[in-house]
Design a binder for this molecule. Structure first.
Ligand SMILES: *Cc1c(COP(=O)(O)O)cnc(C)c1O
Length: 385
């Protein structure tokens, strides 16, 4: 199958597998690992990476939306999938069709899902979301919520498979307060006879930095992809993604000539301008204008002028041997004078998750295993090799 494009995202499945094994070694065998693959697996391609995750210690796949869950269930009906966000009740039939685990945070949602499940003679698996201070979604931390959750636990057609909360990650003290609030709720509910088989709180950062908050399961996102946001603990994970392209045009310009919209950049010397066939529509941050660097022949060169939607230009003045067809590393792993995702996120004044989650469907995803290409996924098809 042709790739049809020079701008590609390569994903090293061996690194994903390695990262999963490191995470498993860190948490031990008694803590489950929920792998967060929302936003198309943080840009890596959720369907492309799911087997590497599940075959190397993943217990559950977590997504944000129903569409993301259905995409995974269509590809892998047997992998358990949890939607961590809320689904409008009108779409609950699809939740049941695909046997997806749904997050619930009101009595009304629970009643609606239970009624539908009973009609079908089925049982819907749910996780209860409990708000310990983030104030995004979740039952409020109050006695009336205990009563509601207790009622849900007795509903025919539903099975509570877990309960979870999410940390603000402000500081040690606020984390501890949230953990205590969550633990208190879990304890109270269990004392009232509510079965809560899987209590989970920690995301990537919390699961590395605060071992105590791992509880029954961690929800690991960033660390699966080798993105390290933690600062207290340590974990040897490796970036799995490389974003690269090729020079497809070279223009010679004179000192004083400008490049791209509005001539926000003009060259102060005679130079050669290389054109690269990627732009902000591929998910590259447009606000990197004036700051972006890419790597050609082992040398970092500046992206000059305004970034266009589909193309951008680089100054090749310091790489006289550069020619059309040369490989250009946009996001590397930091070796070979490349910028890794951490470095790019600093330049773009955002976080690492944002840099990868914004990668769009347009660049083909090329999956490598044992050093060889194992699968290619493009917007119009896929092929295993
Ligand atoms: C996205 C998300 C995670 C994973 O976050 P990372 O920082 O990437 O580990 C965990 N839990 C919830 C509820 C999320 O939305």
């Amino acid at each position: 199958m042709p790739i049809y494009r020079e701008t590609v995202i390569e994903v090293d499945l061996d690194k994903i597998a390695y990262n999963m094994e490191q995470i498993r070694a860190m948490v031990g065998k008694d803590v489950k690992i929920a792998a967060v693959v929302k936003a198309n697996g943080y840009g890596h391609g959720a369907v492309g990476i799911a087997p590497a995750i599940m075959e190397h210690g993943g217990d559950l796949l977590c997504v944000a939306t129903l569409t993301e869950a259905i995409e995974l269930k269509e590809a892998y009906p047997r992998y358990p999938v949890l939607i961590m966000g809320l689904t409008p009740t009108e779409y609950f039939p699809a939740v049941l069709d695909y046997n997806i685990l749904q997050t619930i945070d009101t009595l009304a949602q629970a009643k609606a899902l239970a009624a539908l499940a009973r009609e079908r003679g089925a049982t819907a698996g749910i996780h209860i979301k409990y708000d310990t201070g983030f104030h995004r979604i979740g039952f409020p931390d109050a006695p009336k919520s205990y009563t509601a959750i207790e009622e849900i636990s007795r509903m025919e057609g539903l099975k509570i498979e877990g309960i979870f909360s999410h940390l603000v990650l402000l500081d040690d003290e606020s984390n501890r307060q949230q953990y205590e609030a969550f633990s208190r709720a879990v304890r109270t509910l269990k004392e009232r006879g509510v079965a809560l088989p899987c209590c989970h709180l920690a995301d990537s950062i919390a699961s590395v930095d605060y071992p105590r908050y791992r509880m029954d399961m961690i929800r690991a996102g960033a660390i699966i992809y080798g993105l390290k946001g933690f600062h207290k603990g340590s974990l040897d994970v490796r970036q799995a993604l490389t974003f690269k392209t090729k020079i497809n045009h070279i223009t010679e310009i004179k000192a004083g000539e400008g490049v791209s919209y509005d001539f926000v950049w003009r060259s102060d010397r005679d130079t050669r301008i290389g054109t690269l066939p990627f732009g902000y529509a591929d998910g590259y941050p447009r606000n990197l204008r004036g700051k972006a660097m890419v790597t050609v022949r082992g040398k970092q060169v500046p992206v000059v002028g305004v970034l266009c939607m589909d193309q951008c230009m680089i100054d090749l003045g310091d790489v006289p041997k550069a020619q059309i067809g040369d490989e250009v590393i946009i996001y590397g792993d930091g070796t070979g004078n490349t910028l890794d995702i951490q470095a790019v996120s600093v330049l773009a004044e955002t976080n690492k998750n944002d840099i990868v989650a914004r990668l769009t469907a347009r660049p083909p995803r090329i999956y490598r295993k044992d050093g060889k290409i194992a699968e290619i996924r493009t917007m119009i098809g896929r092929k295993s090799i």
